[in-house]
Design a binder for this molecule. Structure first.
Ligand code: PLP
Length: 355
């Protein structure tokens, strides 16, 4: 099957729409999906004709490799609507590249650019009414790929399914977020899959995060697996620290996911005249700064919440509360970035792409 630029997508429209049943002011993140999804199967080395069809459950053989060996990857991105009702994506090329990097690490086939991009564009055109206007409103996009080949032989599948789901989202406020700095568990290891957006990375986080929840912390700040002395990510987000008036974040590595929000914030902060240092940040530095009173902010950065401020952290059973302030880098940068994403301000970076 050819995957040329003009590749046709077979479109089957849903008989009815669910949109009138959705309360767009009270959305729980990731719980409601639009009327259609995009799907493209990879069978014995060939990408098949892509389809857009009504959102519905589907059948898989119980021996499908995804259930046994976890070949599963995903992306998270958003679409926004401007005042003139045009739909925009934020740095979609970055998500596409990262998706195929994840695929490569999990011994899965790469998805051709036209399958990913045309599929996404056509699906968004069809579901355009689900993208709401205004800062805070977006349509969350979930591309993913699973191994569908049958048989429990422990080797990569021959067959895969690539899909894109859409889910309307409102601004996401996590409430107060207290974090526990990991002293034993790890999210990722050198030589592992931490840099891939692989489903298994999330599964591995649930148990230590549950333990932290039981102690009254909403999230875990992951440290490096060998020494647990370097601060790496906050939950499923990249993490920034403000000490005095400098922002610090760790360089990406085999253990740290190359977040698009992270890299955008680094550029945005620099353009706002904020001093940003990309270098390993030690737990000891954080504790020392908290004791001295120079630690002003910690925040997570990722597509879903954009920026998620952290109110305090615990390390070796001591809780360090951060100062409360209205005038933070977190709120300033979040406003700047979401204004660019929602087309409420000029995008001087060239990050936004029209659908
Ligand atoms: C997806 C993800 C991020 C954030 O990446 P964005 O591109 O900013 O959404 C950060 N850390 C982990 C582990 C992730 O899976």
């Amino acid at each position: 099957m050819s995957t040329s630029q003009n590749q046709q997508i077979q479109i089957t429209k849903a008989a009815t729409t669910k949109i009138n049943d959705v309360d767009f002011d009270n959305l729980t993140f990731g719980s409601v999906f639009t009327d259609h999804l995009f799907e493209c199967d990879y069978i014995n080395g060939e990408w098949q004709t892509p389809v857009i069809k009504p959102y519905a459950p589907f059948l898989l053989d119980p021996s499908a490799r995804v259930f046994h060996y976890g070949q599963a990857i995903f992306e998270g991105m958003k679409a926004y609507k401007d005042d003139a009702n045009a739909v925009w994506l934020f740095r979609p090329d970055e998500n596409f590249k990262r998706f195929n990097n994840s695929a490569s690490r999990m011994a899965m086939p790469s998805v051709p650019e036209n399958v990913f991009m045309n599929g996404l564009n056509e699906l968004l055109k069809l579901e355009e009414a689900w993208v709401k206007k205004g800062n805070g409103s977006s349509l969350y996009i979930r591309p993913f790929m699973i191994a569908t080949g049958t048989g429990v032989m422990a080797n990569p599948s021959d067959n895969y399914k690539f899909m894109i789901l859409l889910s309307p989202a409102k601004a996401y406020y996590a409430g107060e977020v207290k974090v526990l700095i990991a002293e034993h568990f790890s999210r990722a290891a050198n030589g592992g899959i931490g840099a891939a957006k692989a489903a298994g990375n999330y599964a591995a986080q649930f148990y230590p995060t549950n333990l932290a929840n039981k102690e009254g912390f909403q999230q875990v700040i992951w440290t490096d697996d060998t020494t647990h002395t370097k601060l790496e990510e906050a939950g499923t987000m990249n993490v920034f620290f403000r000490i005095k008036d400098t922002l610090f974040t760790a360089p990406t590595s085999e253990r740290i996911l190359d977040g698009i929000t992270r890299k955008s914030l680094i550029e945005l902060a620099a353009s706002e005249g904020i001093n940003v240092e990309v270098r390993p940040v030690l737990v000891a530095e954080l504790v020392a700064a908290a004791k001295e009173g120079t630690l002003k902010e910690i925040f997570g950065a990722g597509t879903a919440a954009v920026i998620s401020p952290i109110s305090g952290f615990s390390y070796q059973d001591v809780y360090y509360e951060l100062p409360k302030s209205e005038d933070t880098y977190a709120s300033h940068l979040k406003e700047k970035l979401t204004n660019i994403q929602n087309k409420l301000t000029e995008d001087t970076f060239g990050w936004t792409v029209k659908v």
